[in-house]
Design a protein around this ligand. Structure first.
Ligand code: TRP
Length: 335
């Protein structure tokens, strides 16, 4: 199994998982699960760069873990674990810090944005965030990293750091490739079809969670912003309707063209109802599985523990190699 190329991705346990994440990311991961040796981490060390309420944070992280399994990520085929359970991440980050430049970190778009937003908590973690991300990826010799376009710059930095290290010490890290999901898979807010559907949108009508109740899903699609025409067409000047078409197409595996023919004159009310229905049906098994998993915390934690052990074994291999290359003394084993 480990002969397959390694795919690595990290998920921040913040906000909610939306149908945007499902369509844009998770659904693609499921399709390629057989082709790669996949490793998914709940990056709970990344998300503390902004303040989290400890009690809420703990339960949200576990809930995210359960949601990924409920979506169909298979803990047997893949490794699913919490980043904070594998201490090698923090350790490699420190080492890579000494091979990363302040200038390049300060240039990161996300850092610039976040440092404006968090002027009252401009902690070093915000600046160092991409180095921790590089450590995540490089520890597992990952060659493929599926991320959204907003993370592409961080991935390029990870490649630069890996390359820099390899040039000094010889081949140590696999240089990861970015894997961008299909364009057109981007899902927009139901309330503002020009903005990406965000897992932390303050307007509750903007995003639909993957474990939301059918009633609530139906209500949100009913309220979805459209336009003042009445034809269902996929057009740039109809962002609301086009977004609903993309959602319906992903949920039913029917092409946009087919759906446009089917709904062209059906009226927005009927169209929205059918989009809601398709989402509800597609997510029903996910929600049911999720609820079952959350009732069995012991089972979930057991899987998480196994995931962490498997991840740590792989991570340790790389970390030991790195320590040796840079001239750290091997820890003597006392027996
Ligand atoms: N920074 C990524 C995001 O916000 C999450 C992440 C952390 C990640 N470590 C990673 C993604 C490693 C891919 C690989 O989306």
């Amino acid at each position: 199994m480990e002969k397959k190329p390694v795919l690595y991705s990290g998920i921040q346990p913040t906000g909610i998982l939306t149908i945007g994440n499902f369509i844009g990311a998770i659904n693609n991961w499921l399709k390629i699960q057989e082709d790669y040796f996949s490793i998914y981490s709940i990056v709970d060390l990344h998300a503390i760069t902004v303040r989290q309420d400890p009690i809420e944070y703990r339960s949200r992280a576990l809930s995210f873990y359960a949601q990924y399994i409920a979506c169909g990520l298979d803990p047997e085929k893949s490794i699913l674990y919490f980043q904070s359970h594998v201490h090698q991440h923090a350790e490699l980050t420190w080492i890579l810090n000494c091979y990363s430049y302040l200038g390049e970190l300060r240039r990161m778009t996300q850092y610039k944005e976040k440092s404006k937003k968090n002027a009252d908590n401009l902690n070093v973690g915000l600046l160092d965030y991409p180095v921790l991300m590089a450590a995540d990826i490089l520890l597992y010799q990952a060659s493929v990293v599926p991320v959204g376009i907003d993370q592409k710059q961080h991935l390029e930095l990870a490649r630069d750091i890996a390359d820099r290290f390899n040039n000094i010490y010889g081949q140590t890290f696999t240089i990861p490739e970015v894997y961008l999901g299909k364009q057109g898979n981007k899902i927009f807010s139901l309330q503002d079809p020009f903005a990406k559907m965000s897992k932390s949108d303050p307007n509750p009508d903007a995003a639909v969670s993957i474990i939301e109740s059918p009633d609530s899903i139906a209500r949100k699609f009913k309220r979805a912003v459209t336009d003042s025409e009445s034809v269902v067409e996929y057009r740039e000047d109809k962002p609301g309707i086009s977004n609903l078409l993309v959602i319906l197409s992903s949920m039913t595996d029917k092409s946009i063209d087919t759906l446009v023919k089917e709904y062209h004159d059906a009226g927005y009310k009927k169209f929205k109802e059918d989009v809601a229905e398709a989402v509800i049906e597609k997510l029903r098994p996910v929600r049911e599985d999720y609820e079952r998993l959350m009732k069995d915390k012991a089972y979930l934690l057991n899987i998480a523990g196994q995931g962490a052990s498997r991840a740590a074994a792989l991570a340790e291999r790389t970390l030991a190699k790195v320590k040796k290359k840079i001239g750290l003394i091997e820890r003597p084993s006392l027996n």
